[in-house]
Design a protein around this ligand. Structure first.
Ligand code: UT7
Length: 331
């Protein structure tokens, strides 16, 4: 049986830190509110001249290095982002040009914060079908480029970062992606959206004056969706792999709000030793939040050869989903 195995993992976060105390000087907020409502203490901010593809290059090079490969070994680049360098062409194309002189097929996918899970699931299907052997799945978002730092309800939440994995086809491996579950319900599309700049509402002086090029979110409604979507994603992913919650070594959830993660832990009666949380230091980095958490878990020795992990996410769309995978197969 052919499986997609994660043979390399790499991440990147910008150097600049924006703390809650920095935000207190920018909007009407305070450290106590942010920590108690979200769990966030600080987040990383890309430089003005650092775009989504620039962060993606670092994460991709680290993942390739981890896999002992060069970009020339890749068959496909699947790039998850909500903040592409430009509306078109794809950021995958720009990334390919930075990584290799050889042409490599690639495409962007946009699935809100669920983009990482969508990317892994789609790449695994392409590998299992025998169409490609080595796919680089990349997640990079510069949310600071679409965050309104005059709107306290969103300004405190988001940070920038990137992650990447190399997925390789392996026959009869005990490791790799065991199952996935993807879903979307567009009736909630306007609950979390960047209103202007697309074909519905092209850029104009009015859209700029009305601050419509910044993301808008109905936080409470997204929160209510998220506390249902996260358990659904975990349960459906596990069921498709023929596993149960008792089999989980690590739940690596999208880091959007500590209270959403804690609700999932209570739902499944999971101890904190089995759940990766790093929202405190990075905030919500959208597509990058799960790979950043995976990388930290690995460095801390919590993600080990043979660990059964469930990656679960939700986000704009509304989208949600999970990937169940057994870690191992890296060099
Ligand atoms: O990854 C993409 C998906 N996004 C999410 O998962 C986000 C989901 N939503 C959330 O995480 C939460 O809804 C938020 C963190 C965004 C907001 O937390 P909340 O507990 O739902 O707060 P709220 O929106 O109900 O606001 C409570 C109060 C309000 O004041 P009043 O009306 O009670 O006087 C807000 O105006 O807190 C106020 N508030 C703030 N106060 C200080 C809102 N933002 C802030 C702030 N600092 N930054």
């Amino acid at each position: 049986m052919r499986r997609a195995v994660m043979t390399g993992l790499g991440t990147y976060v910008p150097e600049r830190i924006l703390s809650n105390h920095d935000l207190e000087r920018m909007v009407d907020t305070n450290d106590e509110w942010i920590v108690s409502r979200t769990g966030i203490r600080e987040r990383r901010m890309a430089r003005n001249d650092e775009a989504t593809s620039d962060m993606a290059v670092h994460a991709a090079e680290r993942a390739l290095d981890d896999a002992g490969l060069s970009a020339d070994d890749l068959d496909f680049i699947l790039m998850a982002t909500n903040t592409p360098d430009t509306v078109f062409p794809s950021t995958a194309a720009r990334l390919q040009a930075r990584l290799s002189e050889r042409p490599i097929a690639g495409v962007d996918l946009q699935a809100g914060c669920t983009g990482w899970v969508y990317g892994l699931a789609m790449a695994a299907s392409m590998i299992e079908a025998g169409v490609y052997r080595r796919i680089l799945v990349v997640a990079s978002d510069k949310l600071s480029s679409i965050t309104d730092y005059e709107d306290r309800s969103t300004a405190v939440l988001f940070g920038d970062g990137a992650g990447a994995v190399v997925l390789e086809a392996m026959e009869d491996s005990p490791y790799g992606i065991l199952s996935s579950y993807l879903n979307a319900d567009g009736r909630g599309a306007d609950l979390l959206a960047l209103p202007a700049g697309g074909s519905r509402w092209p850029a104009s002086k009015d859209t700029v004056d009305s601050r419509l090029h910044f993301l808008k979110m109905s936080g409470n409604e997204v929160f209510r969706f998220a506390v249902k979507a996260m358990p659904d994603a975990v349960e459906q992913g596990l069921a498709r792999a023929g596993l149960t919650v008792q089999d989980i070594d690590l739940l690596i959830p999208h880091q959007a709000n500590q209270r959403i993660i804690e609700a999932a832990m209570r739902h499944f009666d999971l101890p904190s030793s089995k759940v990766i949380q790093n929202i405190e230091r990075y905030g919500n980095t959208s597509v990058a939040s799960i790979p950043l958490a995976m990388d930290e878990a690995r460095q801390e020795g919590r993600l080990q050869n043979g660990s059964l992990m469930v990656l679960a996410a939700f986000g704009a769309g509304l989208t949600w989903g999970s990937v169940v995978a057994r870690w191992g197969g890296c060099q």
